[in-house]
Design a protein around this ligand. Structure first.
Ligand SMILES: *[C@@H]1O[C@H](CO)[C@@H](O)[C@H](O)[C@H]1NC(C)=O
Ligand SMILES: *[C@@H]1O[C@H](CO)[C@@H](O)[C@H](O)[C@H]1NC(C)=O
Ligand SMILES: *[C@@H]1O[C@H](CO)[C@@H](O)[C@H](O)[C@H]1NC(C)=O
Ligand SMILES: *[C@@H]1O[C@H](CO)[C@@H](O)[C@H](O)[C@H]1NC(C)=O
Ligand SMILES: *[C@@H]1O[C@H](CO)[C@@H](O)[C@H](O)[C@H]1NC(C)=O
Ligand SMILES: *[C@@H]1O[C@H](CO)[C@@H](O)[C@H](O)[C@H]1NC(C)=O
Length: 352
């Protein structure tokens, strides 16, 4: 008899707890705009169609108020340069000597879109930086709808933010202007787009890697870690976060990722990763971490940015940043199961 009363009481309490938690979550979702926002880019859901049908695209493009969209989205026609970074202190004499070397690769690109207050408005502990081609509207949408996107919007979770990094649409591509218009709409709606004025082509991924390092060091210097992730990589947020925190408790200057040893450049001109002897003479790369998923503390981010200005360039950004720049600033490469990753399959239709 007493037992059954206890069981009933327990059931009632459990149901109450579940209801309260759900209510709390829902209130948070409404508060963070997950339900309430009307999707500005909804009209652009026909993006793939737009890209394929020039007649339709031209009519659609003509119907948009370009200048209004650009004004609203904070699009800057005169790309703005970031403020200078504070000086680095407390360095080893080796790193100090390295930083005295002349800058041979300046990064003279400014911002067309820059959500510079992102890390000032809330305390961001972990910043996810995601390189993304301007036309990858679908992939960005998918990331925003993923577990990671949810994490970054719900207040009660860790202070996580997500920023996409874009260059300018390649003017040779069909519908480059339309793509830029859509980027402006996205920037206005989500405020999660950093766009610099270099041309966004695959051979410029080193510039994009540098743009991510510079932005994080300039506008999010109070974060603990930066995670660099491709826009088509599948991750479990908790695994990534616990992995980097464990590594962070052991090292203070590191690059965490899937480390590859004894890999070498492809000398086959048609290969996606083709590198000439003039670009890189040695037939073996130094150990490096794959660029699809990387983690580093802010200190390392800042130092890697400085190194990228001084180390002879190689267009392959992961080999360059984690293999060639990291040793110059004494960052250690750390491998961890949590940072193994796979790319998601292309599924444009599934995204609608
Ligand atoms: C392209 O769009 C135009 C205007 O909407 C339409 O009339 C035409 O049928 C479309 N062409 C194709 C191949 O879908
Ligand atoms: C990019 O913007 C910067 C800053 O406004 C400017 O100095 C530079 O010439 C621009 N570069 C290109 C390629 O447009
Ligand atoms: C300076 O660096 C040393 C060694 O890396 C470290 O132990 C020390 O805490 C640092 N001091 C400051 C003020 O950051
Ligand atoms: C970092 O924190 C300090 C002190 O809390 C603050 O003055 C500074 O503006 C913050 N920097 C950024 C980039 O948010
Ligand atoms: C794209 O925009 C540029 C600059 O606004 C303009 O010069 C060019 O003619 C446009 N191209 C097309 C195809 O509309
Ligand atoms: C080529 O790379 C290997 C492995 O990183 C290194 O041991 C060797 O010294 C390099 N050779 C030259 C000529 O730089």
């Amino acid at each position: 008899m007493r037992n059954s009363i206890l069981i009933r009481l327990f059931t009632v309490l459990s149901v109450f707890a579940v209801v309260m938690t759900s209510l709390h979550l829902m209130l948070q979702m409404i508060e963070t705009g997950l339900f309430s926002r009307v999707d500005v880019t909804k009209n652009l859901l026909r993006y793939k169609y737009l890209m394929e049908n020039e007649t339709f695209a031209a009519a659609y493009y003509g119907s948009l108020d370009q200048s209004k969209l650009r004004r609203q989205s904070g699009h800057s026609s005169f790309p703005r340069m970031p403020p200078p970074l504070p000086l680095l202190r407390n360095l080893s004499s080796k790193v100090e000597a390295f930083l005295e070397e002349p800058v041979i690769n300046p990064h003279p690109y400014g911002y067309l879109h820059n959500p510079e207050m992102m890390c000032g408005e809330k305390h961001v502990d972990i910043l996810f930086v995601i390189p993304s081609a301007p036309e990858n509207v679908w992939k960005r949408r998918k990331v925003r709808k993923s577990g990671l996107g949810l994490y970054s919007r719900l207040k009660s979770f860790k202070s996580v933010s997500v920023v996409f990094f874009l260059g300018l649409p390649d003017a040779h591509k069909k519908q480059a202007n339309l793509t830029q218009t859509i980027v402006c709409a996205e920037a206005e709606k989500y405020g999660d787009i950093v766009q610099e004025n270099f041309t966004d082509v695959y051979r410029n991924i080193r510039l994009k890697a540098v743009s991510m390092l510079r932005w994080a060091a300039t506008y999010c210097s109070n974060a603990s870690y930066v995670i660099r992730m491709d826009d088509d990589v599948a991750i479990t947020v908790n695994v990534i976060l616990s992995s980097i925190k464990i590594v962070g408790s052991r090292y203070d200057n590191f690059v965490l990722g899937d480390v590859k040893k004894d890999w070498g450049p492809s000398r086959y001109a048609k290969n996606k990763y083709y590198v000439t002897k003039a670009e890189f003479a040695n037939d073996t790369y130094p150990p490096f971490a794959l660029g699809g998923l990387l983690g580093y503390p802010l200190k390392t981010v800042r130092l890697l940015f400085e190194a990228s200005l001084r180390v002879k360039p190689l267009w392959l950004d992961d080999v360059y940043i984690t293999g060639l720049c990291a040793p110059e600033i004494d960052a250690v490469l750390v491998s961890d199961m949590g940072f193994r990753f796979r790319h998601l399959k292309e599924d444009v239709n599934g995204l609608i």
